[in-house]
Write a protein that binds this ligand. Structure first.
Ligand SMILES: [Fe+2]
Length: 253
């Protein structure tokens, strides 16, 4: 790509983040499903698919680590599978389709030789998912999601008081202290999502959540997505099938 007409200050290389708002047709369905899931988790006190930022989930995870039953950084959480959140899964897949379309991300996964199935299109694989219950005074430190293509969050209960999600500027110029902060060059940007929104971003992008100042818990569902080439059915040796139709727990066996 060449630029020959622009002059003055030119902003190059944006980071492509996608905010997918709920539609009238799916807002209630998904919100109800996630609310019921939260109620079940709280009733049964089963925090196995809840992020460690929740106190009881952290205690459970520390205990598992001490016992040696959970010692890897591989994320095994499968909230969506365990609670059969079909409306949320549908909503996530639709949002990812839109993100991949507007960014043209799918082009690197679409290979004409795979045309015999799925029209040579990439496939979306939901690798894991978990619930974030962020109570008053809690925040989530800077991190990224290594090993995955796209990271995403569905927001069930959020507002400015409960804290948005902050993204860190990945441009190295901002980390080297030789460039001033400004509207076009901030260290980080906070997004305040609306309930029902999905935010999708490259999994390598550093992000955190800010302190929840409200008395109510901030509730979201986070997940990781991989895009893969649709595998050829008659070619079991290409390695891709190892992941086909398998949940994260099966992959670990
Ligand atoms: Fe995250």
């Amino acid at each position: 790509m060449k630029i020959d007409k622009m002059h003055g200050l030119i902003s190059l290389f944006p980071t492509l983040i996608y905010r997918d708002p709920a539609l009238i047709g799916n807002y209630d369905l998904v919100q109800t499903e996630v609310k019921n899931c939260l109620l079940k988790i709280e009733e049964e006190k089963d925090y196995s698919e809840v992020s460690w930022i929740h106190e009881e989930a952290r205690i459970l995870r520390d205990k598992k680590r001490e016992e040696g039953s959970e010692h890897s950084y591989f994320i095994k959480d499968d909230l969506i599978g365990k609670y059969n959140l079909i409306e949320l899964k549908k909503r996530i897949f639709e949002a990812v389709e839109r993100y991949v379309t507007v960014t043209q991300w799918g082009r690197i996964y679409s290979d004409p030789k795979f045309n015999d199935i799925n029209n040579g299109k990439y496939k979306i694989k939901l690798r894991n998912s978990w619930m974030n219950i962020q109570s008053k005074g809690k925040s989530h430190e800077w991190h990224c999601h290594p090993g995955y293509t796209i990271a995403g969050v569905y927001y069930m209960r959020v507002d400015a008081d409960k804290g948005g999600i902050q993204f860190q500027n990945p441009n190295p110029i901002m980390q080297w202290c030789h460039f001033p902060e400004g509207p076009r060059s901030s260290q980080s940007i906070e997004f305040i999502p609306n309930p029902g929104d999905i935010i999708l971003f490259p999994a390598w992008l550093m992000h955190n959540t800010v302190n929840n100042k409200s008395d109510e818990d901030r509730i979201s569902v986070a997940f990781n997505i991989d895009l893969i080439v649709a595998p050829k059915l008659d070619d079991p040796g290409n390695g891709i099938q190892d992941f086909e139709n398998k949940g994260v727990n099966e992959l670990l066996q």
